[in-house]
Structure formats: C-alpha cells, structure tokens
Design a protein around this ligand. Sequence first.
Ligand SMILES: CC(C)(COP(=O)(O)OP(=O)(O)OC[C@H]1O[C@@H](n2cnc3c(N)ncnc32)[C@H](O)[C@@H]1OP(=O)(O)O)[C@@H](O)C(=O)NCCC(=O)NCCS
Length: 219
Amino acid sequence: MPCYVRLMGKEDIAQVTEIDRETFPTQWPPANYQRELENRLAHYIVACDAGKMVEAPRVKVASGRGLPGLVSRVRQLFNYEHSFGEELPPSSQEYIIGFAGFWVMADEAHLINIAVRESYRHQGIGGLLLISVIDLATELNTSIITLEVRASNTAARSLYGKYGFTQVGLRRGYYVSDREDGVLMSSENITSASFQARFQQLKQAHTRKWGTALHQIAR
Ligand SMILES: CC(C)(COP(=O)(O)OP(=O)(O)OC[C@H]1O[C@@H](n2cnc3c(N)ncnc32)[C@H](O)[C@@H]1OP(=O)(O)O)[C@@H](O)C(=O)NCCC(=O)NCCS
C-alpha cells in the first residue's frame, strides 16, 4: 500500500482527531489538535494512503463578499452571512492513516502521541512514523527523545524498543482514567555515531521489508 508522511496542517485536524478518539477513547482531557498546531513547541506529522482520497468536511463561506460596502456591513450586522452562508461543493482530501507528534523543549523532543488506524496496522506505518519523528527531531537539533507509554501497551513498547528506546523510569498511576503505570522511555543521544549507525540500519531494513512505496516526509 503506497503511503507517504508529511507535516500536519489545519486541514488534517478532523481526521487526526477522529483517529485520536478511536485510539484513545478514555483519554482525559481529550487532545485538542487545533491548539497543538498553534503551539510553537509542537511538531506533528501525518501518514497518508497515497491511493485513497476522502471528501473534505463542508465549509461555509461568507456570501457577502464582493457586495457594496454598506450592504455587506448590514448583512454582517444582522449576522446574515452566518445564517445564509453558501456551502462550497465538497472537495477531496488525502486519507490520513496515522499521525505522530512531539514537543521540543530545549534539546529534548518529547513524543506526545503516535497512532495508526486499526485497519492499517502491521504494515510498517508505525515504524515509518517513528523513523520520521527521529529524523525530524534530529533536524531540529534535539539530542534525546523521551516518551511515556502504558505499561500494558506491548505493541508500542516493542516498537520503541526496536528503535533503540529503553526504560528509564516508571510513573506509578500515571494514567488518570485507570491509574495504570506509565513507563518512561528514552533514546540515547540521537546525534551520536552509535545511535545514527543503528538507526540507518533500521531505516534500510524498513525499506527492504516494506519497499520504497512507503516514503518519508514530503516537503
Ligand atoms: C503502536 C502502533 C503505532 C504500531 O503501529 P503499526 O503500524 O502496527 O507498526 P508497524 O507495523 O510499523 O510495526 C513496527 C513494530 O512495532 C511492534 N509492534 C507493532 N504491533 C505489535 C503488536 N501487536 N505486538 C507486538 N509488537 C508490535 C513490532 O516491534 C514491530 O516490528 P516488527 O514488524 O519487526 O515486529 C499501533 O499499534 C497503534 O496505533 N497503537 C495504538 C496507539 C498507541 O498505543 N500508541 C502509542 C502511544 S504511547
């Protein structure tokens, strides 16, 4: 399945929120991706299915544009535009199958989230997203990547372990919804020769296994 990763934009908020709610239904407070995109510490990427498009959410547009000034202002005064806005015909949009985001604080990138739609799992997308996070964090001059993961989340812990993250702490009762423990994991210095050598091997292995149909960040 051809897929590529790119930076997240405003047009992706609805689909990313949908994936987030499906994946983490008990998370409280729920993530607010509008706010995350406005946060200058945050960096989000999305993985898209290159062979599928979906209908974009319908957008109301003001109908008073181009009207003489006075008419336009009267319409605004009576909220005319809000109630009688024209609906643009639906346009198509890329289909997002996964996303990941991290915050940069000084030289540390803290992974906030990574998720793949259930029907797209086990096809290398989670690996591709994590590879892209590591590459982007390196470009942003950070030197370590940290994260918290539920103790019972064997899939995610195995993914992180594969890419060189190790457990550096345990936060008892960290998850408020059910008091599950959070495992704190960290990479070694991602700019070190040893990390980069292993990482480049893992990237090559990922390409060998999944083919070149999976592409990293398209800018
Ligand atoms: C974790 C997650 C992102 C992995 O995505 P994915 O696309 O299935 O991952 P990949 O196919 O790229 O697999 C990469 C590696 O992850 C690990 N992995 C993935 N699914 C696994 C599973 N069910 N059990 C054990 N290990 C698993 C393996 O190490 C795998 O490497 P391998 O193929 O060499 O065995 C996905 O399961 C998910 O979205 N989970 C729900 C969200 C979540 O828990 N996020 C983490 C929050 S901290």
